[in-house]
Design a protein around this ligand. Sequence first.
Ligand code: GDD
Ligand code: MG
Length: 368
Amino acid sequence: MQAIILVGGLGTRLRPVTYDTPKALVPIRNKPFLGYTIDLLREAGIDGMVLSLGYMPDPIQSYIAERDDLDGFTVDYAIEKTALGTAGGIKNAERFLRGDGPVVVLNGDVLTGMSLRAAIEQHEAKGARATITLTSVEDPTAYGLVEVEHDMKVRRFLEKPSSDEITTNLINAGIYVLDREVIRSIPADQEVSIEREVFPHLQEGGGLYAHVSSSYWRDIGTPRSYLAASNDVLSGAVGAGEDFDYLEVDSSVSVGKNAKILPPVVVGLGCRIGDLATIGGRVSLGKNCRIGAGAMVEGSIVLDGAVIEDGAVVRGSIVGKDVRVCRGAIVRGLSVLGAGSVVGEGNVLDLGIRLNPKVELAPRSVSF
Ligand code: GDD
Ligand code: MG
């Protein structure tokens, strides 16, 4: 069986991280996100995938080309010239499908421990034309709300409901099993939404079923959820695999005197940690980062090449590639710093502030 992975979106809500990295490649525990999706597919015995690409296809293709462990797993690329939407992206991938059996489709930004096999088996047992996997969330407004009958038939699919339209906390988990005839019926070469057009139409015909899963699930598409997913992987809640090691510090890492590294943490190759620095509370440091003397990094993702200077503090935030957080600056409260930006001495960033790539904040004098 093959899968189609939708990885063509702009990743708007995860900007500025997605200005230079497509959402499918943002790292979690220093592994590009697509790696987790591939693991999920291979665990379910899927033989290959078609990547439905649009925004920044090149780095995604390079990532696959560099992987030398995908023997027996086929990868094809369907690249859109203009955004075709979720169903349009599936249609565009159709030409790479072999045989005539059902296909698994995944949104490329969901992290889950769900069993694809269980969904496929239920799809076959019900004789469904399409099966949507469901998960429950506290607030369905950012998702596709799905009402189901007792026999698991979908009664209603409502994408991005307003708060007064919420009738259930079950939502579309972005993983489907589709019969080939469903893909055949999507119009070609135009923008089509599976959530707003295909599913409501299938529901009317009665062939749309749901498979509910209680496994771990999260969409990583916002800074808050990306950070939460990173924390969850570091804590071993999902995706860690059997080789999981809470304290992952390579021998290429230099650690200064009395520096504290508190697990679970991953420290990338070539990082340098200064004297008395503290790194803890679920931190992921990319390659070649430098953490200055007495600096503190807590509950954060710090991407390759970032420098956190002496005495600076980064807490609960996302620090992009090659960012410089200068001496004594504080970055907290889910701030997101774009690649190459500079936070000058004495600045305090808080309340989810986002800095665009390469922006330089001038130093501020601090008075007490
Ligand atoms: N090829 C292609 N072309 N892919 C696209 C396009 C496109 O035009 N637009 C979006 N995608 C990809 C994105 O890259 C992402 O992996 C996936 O489709 C879903 O898009 P999102 O933009 O992340 O959608 P969402 O999170 O708001 O909502 C979707 O996912 C939720 C679950 O995470 C919907 O499917 C909801 O119903 C669902 O609950
Ligand atoms: Mg999403």
